[in-house]
Design a protein around this ligand. Sequence first.
Ligand SMILES: Nc1ncnc2c1ncn2[C@@H]1O[C@H](COP(=O)(O)OP(=O)(O)OP(=O)(O)O)[C@@H](O)[C@H]1O
Ligand SMILES: [Mg+2]
Length: 401
Amino acid sequence: MVAKAQNYIIDDYNDDEHWRDVQRQVGIIGNSEKVRELLEIIEQVAPTDISVLISGESGTGKELVAKAVHMRSRRRDEPLITVNCAAIPEGILESELFGHEKGSFTGAAGQRKGYFELANKGSIFLDEIGELPLSIQVKLLRVLEEREFMRVGGTSLQAVDVRFIAATNRDLEEEVKKENFRQDLYYRLNAVHIHVPALRERREDIVELAQKFAADFSRANLIEFKGFSERAFFLLQDYSWPGNIRELRNLVEKMIVLEKGNFIDETVLQKYIKPSDEFDKKLPMRLEKPKDELEREFLLRVLLEIKSEISQLRELMLAIAPKRYSLGEWRDELPNEYAADGAWSESDRSPESVSDMEKEMIRATLKKTGGNKRKTAKILGLSERTLYRKINKYGLRDHEE
Ligand SMILES: Nc1ncnc2c1ncn2[C@@H]1O[C@H](COP(=O)(O)OP(=O)(O)OP(=O)(O)O)[C@@H](O)[C@H]1O
Ligand SMILES: [Mg+2]
């Protein structure tokens, strides 16, 4: 009996060791049941050639999961080619994916290999697959079904041995209903579906993630970081994380830089996370409370939501035209001492050109949405593809989002 119990302990220990090794290899941090389930499904499907569709909100780690599937497969020593379907201009998407023959269109000086050829024997990761135009979807279906494709301007079929991994933060089933996405392609891609849960659904992972990001970042930048207080951890766990793990990583890095590695307690953290944001609208209300208390709580939630939206709008307006409406317009009419040197410096000036304003607007909106490009595009009334183009054009990098 005793021996048996000991065996169990040893088995559990080995099991945990195994998963820790996998986690170390693929870089997926977290101790929650949800992360364990994620790792288990990755381990199950990775060794097969089955197509995998990964869904989840922005910043949850879809790309990390895609890499993990490749790394834990027998194709790990072959290439993993990542294609961001939203970022490539529609006009060149087909030739980027399938390659082209010399002279097949103006500017096609030589023959060029497409992503599928480059991914041969390895895996292709089609990120933001929901953004793929219908004309390309039909061509992709053919590769999935026949494992062959034709270069743009080509006359012969090319065979390809590739494992498909796709990701989306859209509800593809919904897109199928709206006829934006082909149903047959959806079924083919969705042979296995891996859903990556939002960070607010696995709050147990927040402390470990924050500590890991802090340790990695301070080591890489030679900053001596003094650590977080317990209350700071509580606050981090309370926050709703609309930008998920990317937002947490960016916040930790920003705080370490701006606080110069000093201890981060509740007061410091509150400078970076606004109290209204901490209020998690998605948390269920506790129903055992008396009715009038529930009503009060409900009203409070609605008010906080409105307050947070108004403050977001105000910040956005200020980001677009910081000083113009408060000082600039009337600058010439100001008494001399206000208009003198120093009172109106170059850096105070609002953005001069339309593109400066556009850049500021995109930067501010990305910040508000925690780097969520889909939400940002929606708020700004742009297509995701246009947003990507503008992010590239203005050099807005990931860590600034
Ligand atoms: N479980 C995790 N452990 C450690 N780091 C993680 C984890 N999940 C995500 N990250 C990190 O968070 C950041 C965002 O992850 P990733 O790019 O994979 O998200 P995504 O779901 O593809 O987002 P998007 O939809 O915006 O493309 C990356 O820096 C990634 O390394
Ligand atoms: Mg991604």
